[in-house]
Design a protein around this ligand. Structure first.
Ligand code: DP6
Length: 361
């Protein structure tokens, strides 16, 4: 008898923000990086992608994807790589146990929503591919660990491999040509350092000018500084960062976070032609963090910037008043409404700062 069942599974995946940045591919097809990286997963925040994967022999069309309510192309190499890897693992299970329904041969329907506004100006590919891979893995009942799934999510988007874990997550660059050792591992659980907080200052919600994918390719091809970054700077940062996390040493965590962001943006400026992700407002946010640390007489806040102008500020719960209070008074009324919402661990409200920080320039 024909199997008319619709099989379905849902999951969510959180955003992660790197404190040691991934920037550069040594193999663009397998999405293998030129350096290891480390991030903090904003697991208890509202920044998540919710994805439902279903499959059925009755679906008339081939594989489909609806992203935030809009039909989206599934023919891209990255999405195809994820589908192919997941189907191959399901097919192996079906071959071993013929009583299993043949899900690997059925068309897939993926429906994915970000529960954060696109207007927050945040990259969503990390949470997006992590949720897509986990939803299909759940649908196929694959007995895969998060690290195994990270190998697949990495092929969707590099940073996505880190969103399969909570807490503090390293993406080990690996050495093998087939990428089988380029995966994410958890360095520490979120509960290891529950006082950690992150605040996102949305400088601009506009889509970034140069995508990460093409920006990093240009950097690899043209920047001399980049060679120094991957050979000596990042390995040193990775080691110091893992130690700082293990010892809950915020001053070191913060210094490495800021230095690594600065180093990454310096290689962007050293790219030819140069790439600028930060703008005057971003630099004003850096000055504000410096002022806060100077005034406190110790390092209580750290900034970091991805491939765009928005700042992420890390700080500890006990320093909320100094950090958020000072940002609040320095940056003004534009950030009203989020003060109470930072109570939860790593809850990071989005704030529009365009005009609020103008006075700091
Ligand atoms: C600056 O993961 O978006 O955010 O692998 O090409 O999809 P692709 O790149 P992506 O790059 C993220 C770059 C970054 C740093 C980081 O998250 O580590």
């Amino acid at each position: 008898m024909a199997d008319n069942t619709v099989y379905r599974a849902s999951t969510t995946a959180p955003v992660n923000i790197a404190v040691v940045k991934y920037w550069g591919k040594r193999d663009a097809k397998l999405n293998l990086p030129t350096n290891s990286s480390l991030s903090v997963t904003l697991a208890q925040s509202d920044l998540r992608t919710l994805t439902t994967a279903s499959c059925s022999a009755t679906y008339p069309e081939g594989d489909t994807l609806i992203l935030n309510g809009e039909p989206s192309d599934v023919s891209g190499a990255r999405t195809q790589a994820c589908f192919r890897e997941l189907r191959a693992r399901r097919a192996a299970l079906e071959a071993a146990d013929p009583s299993l329904p043949k899900l690997s041969t059925m068309p897939l329907r993926i429906v994915s929503e970000n529960n954060f506004p696109t207007a927050a100006g945040l990259a969503s590919s990390a949470a997006g591919f992590a949720a897509l891979v986990r939803a299909i893995a759940n649908l196929y009942e694959l007995p895969a660990s998060p690290s195994e799934l990270s190998l697949i999510a990495r092929q969707g988007s590099g940073s996505a491999c880190r969103s399969l874990f909570g807490g503090y997550v390293a993406w080990r660059m690996g050495e093998k040509a087939d990428g089988s050792d380029s995966l994410a591992v958890q360095v520490a659980e979120a509960s290891h350092w529950p006082e950690m907080r992150a605040l996102i200052l949305v400088v601009s919600a506009a889509k970034k000018g140069v995508s990460s994918t093409s920006g990093m390719q240009q950097t690899v091809a043209t920047s001399g500084l980049f060679k120094e970054r991957i050979a000596t700077v990042v390995p040193k940062h990775m080691e110091a960062m893992e130690k700082a996390i293990k010892e809950r040493d915020f001053a070191t965590f913060a210094e490495i976070t800021m230095r690594d962001s600065n180093s990454f943006h310096a290689t962007c400026a050293d790219t030819y032609p140069p790439i600028f992700y930060m703008n005057d407002v971003s630099r004003a946010a850096i000055r504000a963090v410096e002022q806060i640390n100077d005034a406190a007489g110790r390092t209580v806040a750290a900034y970091t910037f991805d491939a765009g102008p928005n700042a992420v500020i890390y700080y500890l719960e006990q320093d909320t008043d100094i950090v958020v209070g000072t940002l609040y008074s320095v940056l003004g009324a534009g950030i009203d409404g989020w003060k109470q919402s930072i109570v939860e661990s790593l809850k990071q409200p989005a704030v529009t700062l365009d005009e609020a920080v103008a006075g700091l320039l």
